[in-house]
Design a protein. Sequence first.
Length: 138
Amino acid sequence: MKHYRKELWFQLPTRRGFLNITPQVEACLRESGIREGLALVNAMHITASVFINDDEDGLHADLEQWLERLAPEHPHSQYAHNQGEDNADAHLKRSVMGREVVVAVTHGQLDFGPWEQIFYGEFDGMRRKRVLVKIIGE
């Protein structure tokens, strides 16, 4: 069995946002030479997420609004974690959206369902964060 590992780095210019990282993961898969196996993609920071969904602006706006209702950023004083910090909401949003995804690799391609894409979700941005891509298989 072969294995491949690469770190992708992202720095969004805003506190929150979603970035389609499918092209970067597909490039990693091509670079790996693996034709059959599994691709793990995970955020290596506790205020960021990796998830699979549709690449549609309306859905992304809905996700942003839904997450903000679940864990509003303000007032900062509502969170015990924010004693000296201001990102408790980002930790909660990451918990809801998830740390990683695993995608099957079939015939050298990410084996997606209709409309599926991989996204990096940023909840406390404006600084560099990394995403790990680990691919195993033959």
